[in-house]
Design a protein around this ligand. Structure first.
Ligand code: ADP
Ligand code: MG
Length: 685
């Protein structure tokens, strides 16, 4: 039905194998890929500025006269430099490896230039690799111009050209996959109009109509796909737990009083547990708000009712830490707690699996190991996943499926903006722990530029350590490369231990180390046998060392705000005042803005909303671990209204036709499968 879209783009006139290969780097292999390769954004180039108005990092159009053109060879690279001016000032346009430009323009020409501005230290104005055209042509520097994500060797013009050729040389009328009643109901344009308008937006209104259609369909497909993975309806019958006076005894035996917020969350959980409906609850609480004890109380309640509980943590370090705290908590209460992780010894693991089946273990704590097939419970009643964003939708569903409709709690310290929670969890109930235990001093955050880094280590860090405190140093996140990440942590570790702190006790922790080594280092840090722990982001979640009062993040500009907030939450856990220092190496406005947010607020919710706004949902969770396919047009932050509309429609479709068997829904079904296949989710619709 959609076969034409599956044809290779190299057969499109003007493309050919060479260009096709380049395009494949963008994931564009077929005609369909190209048509659905939507612009990342649209640039309104109607605003022209004069040179004297230009500001650093902004994207603008300027009209200038060319005064000089030179090509320079630097190593193997050609740098082409245009000296240009208008009546208000001078600037340089700099191009890398585009020597041919020198022959395409002449001194004296008036050109229109579009690109981003770079103001150098000596106040010289430059624009790098900008687009340059004769004023009269105005093809790409026109009014609304699509801007595509690019890769080395493929320019925006290339992508535009290929798509133009497709439209001019192929008959690409796509059969709409929406039934006509949906199109009518929402007054939506058809898919052909939508796609064409995205690539050739002649009028702003058309673009709006096209965007609406594409955003709506993305949300709709995503929601329907999620429904089919985890079921669309939370009102299934569950266990009716009884209340127990023993639980009150346990609460009063705690070394502290629960905060008001903890009590509220716990009561909501206990109410849910008592109700005949299966619980599906998200507990959001900022780092250090004390989620663990709430989980422990809920698990105690399950065990007091004769059920087993499971607690899944995202890393071994965390699982182990929780195991220890749980053991302490439950030891004198005749509740048996066990730990199962990837590094559990074979024999021991087998024993655990055996006694779990027999019901001899009350609470099993662990990592992903808990969802292995061999792990079977006798009567699992409550499932808790910690730091839920680390697990995919399917992994969570798998743990719950180890029993018939157990109650489910997911906990997170990365406050999920409401919109994202909406799509991930639909009708899930949410408890919020919005209060820290008493006596915590707010963490003071400062951002410092990289060039002041050494001095900072030598004075401030040293004096904090000399007070008997400990420090974490977290090293740059290197996207997609754990090896580089390890390398950077190792370098910092060596630099500090050899040059700056030869007399102090430093430890190094990274993801490539064996679990046992990691545990040993962590243990040593906890026992204050180390003063400073240099690590990669493996330290990110949950670790608890109250004597650590200093968190330093190197190249903090590379982290997401929520992640920085998580890291910051590692300190401030004792009674001493704690500090978080963000070392950054960037002069952009965005970086400054982000550092300011971190300095000004300790509110995880505010930070996560900002983060989502600045980075988009894809990056929000680091990678795609959260089990959501990438959204190409829709934005969870900006398009809440459309999200709600699409969710409502998804619910209607799902309730009428859960397996999408009706003829009118076949197009939708096809698109959902395609969307989820891209993240390795095989939807069994
Ligand atoms: P998180 O919500 O980040 O998981 P934890 O559960 O690890 O937080 O709690 C952080 C620390 O606060 C722990 O040391 C815990 O014992 C302590 N804590 C939790 N609740 C309270 C409370 N109500 N009063 C005092 N300390 C508390
Ligand atoms: Mg925790």
């Amino acid at each position: 039905m959609y076969s034409m879209l599956n044809e290779n783009i190299q057969y499109i006139k003007g493309v050919g194998p060479k260009k096709a290969e380049k395009m494949s780097k963008l994931g564009i292999e077929t005609i369909g890929d190209a048509l659905y390769y939507f612009p990342r954004q649209f640039e309104d180039r109607s605003h022209e500025k004069k040179i004297f108005q230009l500001e650093d990092s902004e994207k603008v159009t300027v009209k200038v006269r060319i005064n000089n053109i030179v090509n320079l060879k630097v190593n193997k690279m050609t740098i082409t430099r245009f000296e240009v001016s208008d009546e208000t000032g001078r600037a340089s346009l700099i191009f890398f490896n585009r020597a041919y430009l020198r022959n395409s323009f002449r001194v004296g020409d008036i050109v229109r230039v579009f690109g981003s501005v770079k103001i150098q230290k000596n106040s010289k104005i430059e624009m790098h690799n900008c687009e340059i055209e004769y004023e009269k042509l105005e093809k790409n520097t026109g009014i609304i111009v699509p801007v595509y994500s690019l890769t080395y060797g493929v320019s925006n013009k290339d992508v535009m050209g290929v798509i133009r050729n497709i439209f001019e040389n192929a008959d690409i009328s796509i059969k709409d996959y929406f039934p006509s009643n949906i199109l009518k109901k929402y007054n939506m344009c058809d898919i052909n109009f939508a796609i064409r308008s995205m690539h050739f937006p002649t009028r702003k209104e058309d673009l709006k109509v096209a965007m609406f259609r594409l955003i709506f369909e993305e949300f709709l497909f995503m929601q329907l796909g999620l429904f089919s993975i985890k079921g669309g309806n939370n009102c299934v019958k569950g266990i009716e737990f009884k209340s127990s006076s023993k639980l009150n005894e346990i609460e009063s035996s705690l070394p502290f009083n629960l905060t008001k917020a903890q009590k509220k969350a716990l009561n909501e959980i206990l109410d849910d547990m008592q109700s005949p409906r299966a619980m599906n609850r998200l507990v959001q609480g900022d780092v250090g708000s004390g989620k663990t004890v709430v989980a422990q109380m809920a698990l105690a309640n399950a065990v007091l009712n004769g059920y087993q509980g499971a607690y899944m943590a995202p890393t071994e370090i965390l699982a182990k830490q929780h195991y220890e705290s749980f053991k302490q908590f439950f030891d004198d209460k005749e509740i048996k707690v066990e730990l199962l992780t990837g590094s559990s010894k074979k024999k021991q693991a087998e024993e655990i699996v055996e006694s779990l089946k027999k019901g001899e273990i009350d609470i099993l704590i662990g990592t992903h190991s808990l969802i292995e097939d061999r792990v079977e419970f006798k009567n699992l009643g409550l499932v808790i996943t910690d730091e839920q964003h680390r697990f995919g939708v399917r992994q969570r569903a798998k743990l719950s499926s180890k029993s018939e409709n157990p109650d489910v709690i997911v906990m997170t310290a990365t406050p999920i903006p409401r919109t994202l929670a909406l799509i991930l969890y639909g009708d899930l109930d949410i408890s919020i722990i919005d209060e820290l235990p008493p006596g915590r001093k707010p963490i003071e955050t400062i951002a410092i530029e990289k060039n002041k880094r050494k001095k900072y280590y030598m004075s401030n860090v040293r004096s904090e350590i000399e007070k008997g405190h400990q420090a974490y140093i977290v090293c740059p996140l290197v996207e997609e490369s754990e090896i580089l990440e390890v390398q950077s942590a190792t370098e910092v570790y060596e630099e500090l231990s050899n040059e700056i702190f030869p007399d102090l006790r430093l430890g190094l922790l990274h993801g490539k180390m064996k679990a046992k080594e990691k545990d040993e280092i962590m243990e040593a840090f906890k026992n204050h046998e180390l003063d400073i722990l240099v690590s990669t982001t493996v330290i990110e979640v949950g670790v608890n060392v109250p004597n650590a009062t200093l968190m330093i993040v190197e190249n903090s500009e590379r982290f997401g705000l929520s992640q920085l907030h998580q890291l910051r939450g590692r300190v401030g856990r004792g009674s001493e005042k704690s500090y978080c220092t963000l070392i950054y190496d960037s002069k952009t406005n965005i970086c400054k803005q982000r550092m300011n947010i971190m300095e000004e607020t300790n509110d995880g919710f505010k930070i996560s909303e900002k983060d989502l706004e600045i980075r988009g949902p894809g990056d929000f969770f680091g990678t795609r671990q959260h089990g959501l396919p990438e959204l190409k047009v829709a934005n969870l932050f900006k398009h809440i209204k459309i999200l709600r509309m699409a969710q409502k429609e998804a619910r209607e479709i799902y309730s009428k036709d859960p397996a999408l068997e009706l003829k009118e829904n076949q197009g939708i079904k096809y698109k959902i499968k395609e969307m989820f296949k891209s993240i390795g989710e095989n939807i069994s619709l």
